[in-house]
Design a protein around this ligand. Structure first.
Ligand SMILES: Nc1nc2c(ncn2[C@@H]2O[C@H](COP(=O)(O)OP(=O)(O)OP(=O)(O)O)[C@@H](O)[C@H]2O)c(=O)[nH]1
Ligand SMILES: [K+]
Ligand SMILES: [Mg+2]
Length: 366
């Protein structure tokens, strides 16, 4: 039996198994089996061939954003709207057959936007260019899942399922479950909060499926068995995702308002240029970047369009030093900060000080 058939078989069994107290261990086991088969599917078979012609687009700029969606939802139109790059758009499906990079300039940052071929149901198991597209998505800092606003939510469910199947987790954080394999002592489970979704027996059953018979496990929150399997598999990719509903020009106002209120969702029309600026703002927010300006003693800070450092939010002065020059942190004496990250402005701070967006910093060396 081929791997796809095995996956289908386990999926069928999960679907027909009623969910109750008596079947929960069996279900946990089936889910572990499914995760293992899917893993095998993703492992390259041979060195060449398996990968196909990958989309070898070099990562440039301060962050990478990938456009994922069904054919003809408007991905290429969007790229051509917000970057200087032209990507051919047309009314027929699969217009785009490769990965086309463009650059969004925002807040002095260079955000790489990738237009990609449309993906279809079954992409994760090798249909169309799905696997290549998904491989690119995994390298992104943010996924824009583009959807046709006038089509139902089914398209979103299908796409999410495809991404789930290859180990991508959208808008989730890695479960805080500690797992350490050992050589003796059996499976020991500890938890810092009461567990309502799994118990020790289920944890051990699933671990046995992975041939792990000795391990320390600590649950720091009330996670379910799927989240535990993610930790055992260890190769999950946790990505932020914005659901972008395009073509709202074809929608009623009521429906548009409904969609716009859903979490992580933005409504736009590329054709009528509606809400595009807001989407760019949201991209910036979801990328969680900050811009920090530099000032030399006795000089005014450089506040120009392209000036400043782009850092991840929560960056410290130390990270700013590394971004300026690799030896700077070693020579650091103190910094002066103007901005919202300090109580007083200006204020003298040490190397561990956490910066805010639009802070101005001046660094004094030893
Ligand atoms: N009504 C309307 N049509 C749009 C909008 N944006 C794009 N389109 C049209 O939708 C069609 C598909 O657009 P594309 O940009 O080629 O879509 P795509 O997602 O890149 O498609 P593939 O590359 O085939 O996957 C084109 O005919 C566009 O003119 C919009 O906001 N409103
Ligand atoms: K198209
Ligand atoms: Mg396209």
């Amino acid at each position: 039996m081929g791997i796809l058939e095995r996956i289908a078989e386990v999926e069928r069994e999960i679907a027909r198994t009623q969910k109750n107290k008596a079947t929960e261990y069996h279900l946990g086991l089936l889910k572990a089996k499914l995760a293992k088969f899917r893993q095998q599917l993703l492992e390259p078979v041979g060195k060449a061939g398996a990968k196909g012609e990958g989309f070898d687009v070099v990562k440039t700029g301060d962050a990478r954003v990938a456009l994922i969606g069904f054919p003809s939802v408007g991905k290429s139109t969007f790229l051509s709207t917000v970057t200087k790059t032209e990507s051919v758009a047309a009314s027929y499906e699969f217009t785009t057959l490769t990965c086309i990079p463009g650059v969004i300039h925002h807040e002095g940052a260079r955000i790489q936007l990738l237009d990609l071929p449309g993906i279809i149901e079954g992409a994760s198991s090798g249909k169309g260019r799905g696997r290549q597209v998904i491989a690119v998505a995994k390298t992104a800092d943010l996924v824009l899942m583009m959807l046709d606003a006038k089509k139902g939510d089914q398209q979103r469910v299908l796409l999410e399922r495809e991404l789930e199947a290859v180990g991508i987790r959208l808008n989730q954080t890695r479960p805080r479950i500690y797992l350490k394999r050992k050589s003796t002592g059996g499976v020991k489970v500890n938890n810092t909060v009461p567990l309502t979704k799994v118990d020790e027996k289920m944890i051990a059953t699933v671990l046995h499926e992975y041939k792990i018979f000795n391990a320390d496990v600590i649950f720091h929150d009330d996670y379910n068995i799927d989240e535990f399997i993610d930790i055992i598999q260890g190769n999950r990719v946790y990505l932020r995702c914005l659901y972008v509903y395009n073509k709202i020009d074809q929608l009623t106002l009521t429906r548009m308002n409904e969609i716009a209120r859903e979490p992580h969702s933005v409504v736009i029309s590329c054709e009528l240029n509606l809400n595009i600026d807001y989407l760019i703002e949201m991209i910036w927010e979801y990328l969680a970047l900050i811009r920090v300006y530099l000032k030399k003693p006795g000089n005014a800070p450089d506040l120009g369009e392209e000036d400043g450092l782009i850092l991840h939010s929560d960056s410290t002065i130390e990270q700013a030093c590394h971004a300026i020059h690799r030896t700077l942190a070693g020579q650091f004496r103190y910094a002066i900060v103007w901005g919202t990250s300090t109580k007083f402005s200006p204020q003298r701070v040490g190397i561990t000080h956490v910066l805010h967006h639009e802070d101005v910093i001046q660094i004094t060396k030893k």
